[in-house]
Ligand binder design. Structure first.
Ligand code: GLN
Length: 425
């Protein structure tokens, strides 16, 4: 098919990630600044302070690294909004100016932010009423969690942020780290090599069931066996400490530089209760599932350590937003993952990310997501935002009850289901 034939389908083709566009030349930049000041004036925004206020009403976090130059220009005493305001001091990348243009135009990733945050706060309160479910009991650190902790954070592709409840309470990621381990294994080994050793089919079984696919591989990277396999493919020649360090730095950069900690007590308990994971390793070993020469003990150890990495909802929502943005972190503007790897990761989150509820979640919510036994949940709204929730009350399948409740109601209110578009008129 020729190009014009394809262009009809452009809606469905990948766009270049934001922040990777042109660095525009001087003349274009000057023209852009003049136009921006004109538009601002028409919108009744005549000073630096008024513009900063408008952006923060739109939910834009001016403290994110990507907007440092803009913040420096708008900070301090109110000054008339003229092109030279933006030219003095720190350089403002074209991307930040485009963000201001979109804001003035009502075109930010989350338009009508005040209404959106009010609605999300309502959904959060509804979900809080749900006191069903219990905390995970297999290790004391999780059994001790306060079941009523509840946090939520949203981060949009334009750095609009919202935090509710215990959004700054760090928790161990557990299975929520699996998509990131998979993405890292892909980046280091390529798709063919990774999928020689792990499938991409929902297992239809529990996340730690002793079962392999017909080719004797773990069914997918979102269950324990598949995640141990991915860990085996993360820099196998290095020490476990170095490998963990790499994963930790990767998670932190996905989260826009958020503090990614390591919960030593959780790790020690995970080791003491690792009998099932050890059996999975034995099963895979018996069937020669690992790449040749794998130190399986080290792979399991790395897997358990990555389960013990910690983030809070704020950081996790940025990681989800990075995936929603095709692999470019909306806080830093840095590319963290290649688009193709993001596509693979989101596909598997959609089909396998919610344990034995994955099919139901894909059907009724229609968004790529990943949950973990500590009560964490990340939800990706492609092209719009990432959402993270933390609530240790788990249902029978091991998903956080309030996260499921929130997701269902979100989809009733907003057209975020990935197939919502086919019903639009
Ligand atoms: N770390 C635990 C395990 O490996 C739990 C993983 C999860 O969140 N399901 O079994």
């Amino acid at each position: 098919m020729n190009r014009s034939g394809l262009s009809r389908f452009s809606r469905f083709r990948g766009r270049r990630a934001r922040f990777e566009h042109d660095r525009s030349d001087r003349a274009a930049q000057d023209e852009r600044l003049r136009a921006l000041c004109r538009t601002a004036k028409q919108a009744g925004i005549g000073t630096t302070q008024a513009l900063a206020e408008r952006l923060s009403r739109d939910g834009v976090d001016l403290d994110i690294p990507r907007l440092a130059g803009l913040k420096a220009a708008l900070d301090g005493e109110a000054r008339p909004l003229k092109p030279d305001v933006f030219e003095a001091g720190a350089e403002i990348p074209a991307d930040a100016l485009r963000l201001v243009e979109r804001a003035l135009d009502g075109q930010l990733a989350i338009a009508g932010f005040a209404g959106f945050s009010g609605r999300i706060a309502n959904l959060f309160d509804y979900a809080r009423e749900n006191r069903a479910g219990t905390v995970a009991r297999y290790i004391p650190e999780l059994a001790r969690q306060d079941p009523d902790q509840f946090g939520l954070a949203v981060c949009s592709l334009d750095g609009q942020r919202l935090a509710l409840g215990d959004a700054e309470q760090a928790f161990c990621l557990q299975s929520v780290v699996k998509p990131l381990n998979y993405a890292l294994a892909l980046a280091l080994n390529g798709e063919n090599q990774v999928h020689r050793h792990v499938g991409r089919e929902p297992s239809g079984r529990r996340f730690n069931e002793l079962a392999l696919d017909p080719d004797n591989r773990p069914h997918n990277p979102m269950i324990n066996s598949g995640a141990i396999m991915c860990a085996a493919m993360i820099r196998p020649s290095r020490s476990v400490a170095d490998r963990l360090d790499l994963v930790q730095r990767f998670v932190a950069s996905a989260a826009g530089g958020a503090a990614c900690g390591f919960d030593e007590a959780v790790y020690r308990s995970e080791r003491q209760t690792a009998a099932r994971n050890l059996s999975l390793v034995k099963l895979m070993d018996e069937h020669d599932a690992f790449p040749e020469g794998t130190d399986t003990g080290a792979a399991l150890d790395l897997y358990l350590r990555t389960c013990s990495l910690t983030l809070d909802c704020q950081g996790l929502s940025v990681g989800a937003a990075m995936l929603a943005n095709g692999g470019v972190c909306p806080l830093t503007g840095h590319r963290v993952i290649d688009p193709r790897i993001v596509r693979n990761t989101l596909s598997l989150m959609l089909t396998c990310g919610m344990y034995d509820y994955s099919g139901e979640y894909a059907f009724s919510v229609g968004l790529p997501a990943k949950s973990g036994v500590s009560g964490g949940l990340m939800i990706v709204i492609p092209g719009i935002a990432g959402i993270a929730l933390f609530s240790p009350r788990l249902d029978r399948q091991g998903n956080c009850v309030r996260g499921i409740e929130f997701s269902r109601r979100l989809i009733e209110d907003y057209p975020f289901h990935i197939f919502a578009g086919v019903a639009a008129d």
